[in-house]
Design a protein around this ligand. Structure first.
Ligand code: ZN
Ligand code: ZN
Length: 90
């Protein structure tokens, strides 16, 4: 009995992780910076810079959040988009 129950509680507390839309799951974002070629030429070039993704802190995935701001947990099923509280409200 006990084991099944623990498993269910685990699911209820495990947030669903989604691939970070900001970095496409890479954990790193790339962006281009325009740099001047030199002081005498005004034709610049684009330099690609990479940075750890702020949204996911480099994890490449983020917790799925309900509209209310709570995390959506695995207990609601993999495709759930609302938290337990909101689902129960309806
Ligand atoms: Zn990211
Ligand atoms: Zn909610």
């Amino acid at each position: 009995m006990g084991r099944v129950r623990d498993y269910q509680i685990d699911q209820m507390e495990t947030p669903i992780m989604d691939k970070c839309p900001e970095c496409d799951g890479e954990g790193i974002v790339y962006y281009e910076v325009a740099r001047p070629q030199s002081f005498t030429r005004d034709v610049g070039y684009l330099d690609e810079v990479s940075e750890v993704c702020e949204k996911c802190s480099g994890d490449g995935e983020i917790k799925r959040l309900c509209d209310c701001g709570d995390i959506v947990t695995l207990g609601m099923g993999h495709d759930a988009e609302e938290c337990e509280d909101c689902a129960n409200d309806r």
